[in-house]
Design a protein around this ligand. Structure first.
Ligand SMILES: [Zn+2]
Length: 322
């Protein structure tokens, strides 16, 4: 049974997991596309069809300025070697780094910047109306897991240590390597009991703090996946829905423009490094969108925010709302 579960979850890691680029390296598409509109089709048979459509539409979930903030309960889980080294430790310098990351994460979700490539008519939101509450920072001395990217075995270790930690969305800090990815995330589904995860790869960076903010933007991006967002560019196991007609309500016209728009956007290449100035041109398909792949990536479009709130209303991450 355990072996079966392991295989099952390993498969889910590949199919459902998202991987995200590290700075300066082109992301390879190492997973299938995830743009099946059916995943958004929630049929509530107790409702009239019109209600059902409204309740599934992105627009329905775009928060108003006065709407309350949803707070998501999370844990930071640090996987060290058997001696308690090789990753963040329970010492003041490392705790400060982790605290910074947590506060930056809330800053990214709390202060939505202007888009680098604005689209006419879009009324921007100043914040996502999503914040995070750090339930705890937990350390695990286990040389067998410090380099893991296997979300199943990481979650099992957390669960074994304290099952109550499954009540929060678990961020796992390891030094694992997964292609060029700097993070992995589960996707929401209609299963409200599934355990979600984010795996943050090599954020410790041998004790160097220089990349801490950039690492946090990656974590913010991973939470975007956990809340149902896909990339603005092709690849990384989470390609955008460029749609086959203007009728596709899942098409993000506030990211790509009126259909067919300029979907997909581009990610880094030899001429456009991770640090590329996405504000240098308003229509070069290189933007500061949170689901893009540049250093400046931190902007959420209104419909992306609506998608996240829809996931928080009817999909797995709902269980982590305070
Ligand atoms: Zn990603």
């Amino acid at each position: 049974m355990n072996a079966f579960k392991f295989v099952l979850f390993s498969t889910l890691l590949v199919i459902g997991g998202q991987s995200c680029k590290t700075p300066k390296v082109i992301v390879k598409n190492h997973g299938p596309k995830n743009e099946d509109p059916a995943m958004y089709t929630i049929v509530d048979k107790s409702q009239q069809i019109t209600d059902s459509i409204a309740r599934n539409s992105i627009a329905f979930y775009i928060p108003k300025e006065t709407d309350p903030v949803k707070t998501i309960r999370i844990n930071f889980n640090i996987f060290q070697d058997d001696s308690g080294y090789g990753n963040f430790r329970n010492v003041s310098a490392d705790i400060e780094r982790l605290n910074n990351m947590f506060h930056w994460l809330n800053g990214i979700y709390g202060n939505n910047p202007a888009p680098s490539d604005p689209i006419a008519g879009v009324i921007e939101l100043h914040k996502t109306h999503i914040q995070f509450e750090l339930n705890g920072v937990f350390y695990y001395k286990n040389s067998g897991l410090i380099n893991s990217i296997n979300s199943y075995e990481l979650l099992q270790e957390i669960k074994k240590t304290d099952p109550k930690r499954m009540d929060q969305l678990n961020v796992c800090f390891t030094n694992g390597k997964f292609g060029t990815a700097s993070g992995l995330s589960s996707l929401p589904t209609k299963n409200l009991n599934a355990d979600m995860y984010i795996v943050s790869l090599n954020f410790y960076n041998n004790g160097k703090t220089i990349g801490d903010f950039a690492a946090t933007t990656n974590m913010a991006h991973e939470f975007g996946h956990a809340f149902d967002l896909v990339h603005t560019y092709m690849g990384g196991g989470a390609s955008p829905n460029c749609a086959t007609s203007a009728e596709d309500s899942e098409y993000l016209d506030d990211v790509f423009g009126q259909w067919p728009g300029n979907c997909p956007h581009f990610v880094t290449d030899s001429a456009h490094s991770w640090g590329f100035d996405t504000f240098s041109s308003p229509n070069d398909r290189r933007t500061n969108n949170i689901m893009g792949g540049f250093q400046s990536s931190s902007y959420f479009s209104p419909k992306q925010i609506g998608m996240m709130h829809r996931a928080l209303a009817i999909k797995t991450p709902k269980r982590y709302i305070r």
